[in-house]
Design a protein around this ligand. Structure first.
Ligand SMILES: *Cc1c(COP(=O)(O)O)cnc(C)c1O
Length: 392
């Protein structure tokens, strides 16, 4: 018999040789700007906690109080006996927040995307997606057994050609709102027009837009001042700007009922702990009431971009807190990341297969908790890192 470990080790060795081996760093502090990583103090520039709510005292209190009231585990799936009053209230508040009739909680964004696509689409249907969509949308496309087509990033003409040139009983056009590794936005008004013209349903995953984009944090729909009815299937995640955990889908009565009946990743999994829902309800009120967090974040993004330009650091075009520096070479991106870590800055070194081959990048994220001085420090270190590694 062949030892499976020998087979696995071969693939692991290959990944190592390609400079694509992934390692986890261990956090010994809460998420935030000043973090303790593998025993050392660093400034964090890699989390998706854009508004600084993951360690907010009011969110923590809500979590603690709900844990006292409801305990820790939810005990069962939503359809069996795990759907608590906190879940119900949060769903109603998310429906109001997004301006839709209803919303439904999922345990993660990954499960929401896979669950929605598999519940709505099947054999004889057509799914069309941006190539750079989040892995969970793409996996939904692969798993649902519909014809699955991908277009090159933000190529509107290609969307039109795919939707017009292929038949399907049902057609679904799915896109990230904000692209998670690039920080750029989908051209939603154009995509909504094309979806309309071709009888396709538009699904938008606004994981990085909610809380951040739009004057009141309503995400990409508010950013483009689009009528929410033009985005019939709207997905949001709670582990990013909301600072907690989980995800939701917002839409019509018929959509949400269909997911309750048919989404396997909803039906066959344990509900989130009620305390997570309670903490999220508080985060939602902070998104509404503390608009200074969004304003400060916008100021920091502009400050970062100006500082980069002054230092001849080329950034990818992104209006969001995701500010990637394209490096290209896998080994160089690791070296730049390590140089920055030694200088006290924790950023994300992102390599294939997370991003296309030849587009390895440093993924820098800003949050409302950063200061301009901290951003200046990062920029100075980044300038030196890029020169030292020869990555400019
Ligand atoms: C993070 C992310 C997800 C996954 O959400 P989780 O709750 O972390 O599983 C889905 N879509 C996009 C665009 C994301 O960035």
């Amino acid at each position: 018999m062949v030892n499976p470990d020998a087979v696995l080790q071969l693939a692991l060795d290959t990944r190592q040789h390609e400079s694509r081996y992934r390692h986890r760093k261990t956090l010994q502090s809460p998420q935030g700007v000043e973090v303790l990583v593998d025993g050392k103090k660093r400034l964090g520039f890699s989390s998706n906690d854009y508004l600084g709510l993951a360690n907010h005292s009011a969110v923590i209190s809500a979590f603690q109080q709900a844990a006292n009231q409801y305990g820790v585990g939810s005990g069962a799936s939503h359809l069996v006996s795990g759907h608590s009053a906190e879940h119900q209230a949060l769903e109603e508040e998310l429906a109001a927040f997004t301006g839709r009739s209803r919303a439904i909680l999922f345990s993660t964004g990954y499960m929401a995307n896979v669950g929605v696509i598999r519940a709505l689409m099947g054999q004889g249907d057509l799914v069309v997606q941006d190539r750079l969509n989040h892995a969970s949308l793409l996996d939904g496309g692969f798993l649902c057994r519909a014809q699955f087509e991908r277009y090159s990033h933000t190529d509107i003409d290609a969307v039109q050609a795919l939707l017009a040139g292929n038949s399907g009983q049902r057609k679904l056009l799915a896109t990230d709102g904000v692209f998670s590794m690039d920080g750029d936005l989908a051209d939603l008004p154009a995509l909504a027009d094309i979806a309309d013209q071709n009888n396709a349903w538009l699904m938008v995953d606004d994981a990085h837009g909610f809380g951040v984009l739009g004057k009141t944090g309503r995400g990409i729909a508010e950013h483009f001042t689009m009528d929410i009815d033009r985005l019939p299937i709207l997905v949001g995640t709670l582990g990013k700007a909301f600072g907690t955990f989980g995800a939701f889908v917002a839409g019509s009565e018929a959509l949400i009922e269909s997911l309750i009946q048919f989404a396997r990743t909803y039906i066959y999994t344990t509900a989130l702990p009620p305390a997570v829902a309670a903490a999220t309800r508080t985060a939602l009120t902070l998104i509404d009431s503390e608009s200074w967090r969004r304003e400060k974040l916008l100021g920091l993004i502009a400050h970062f971009q100006q500082g980069a330009a002054a230092r001849d650091i080329r950034l990818m075009a992104s209006p969001t807190p995701i500010q990637p520096v394209l490096i290209g070479d896998d080994e160089k991106v690791i070296k730049v990341g390590e140089y920055l870590l030694d200088a006290g800055f924790w950023t994300g070194a992102i390599r294939p297969p997370t991003v296309p081959v030849g587009s390895a990048r440093l993924r820098i994220t800003l949050t409302a908790e950063h200061t301009k001085e901290q951003v200046n420090g990062l920029l100075d270190a980044l300038e030196k890192a890029l020169k030292t590694v020869g990555a400019t």
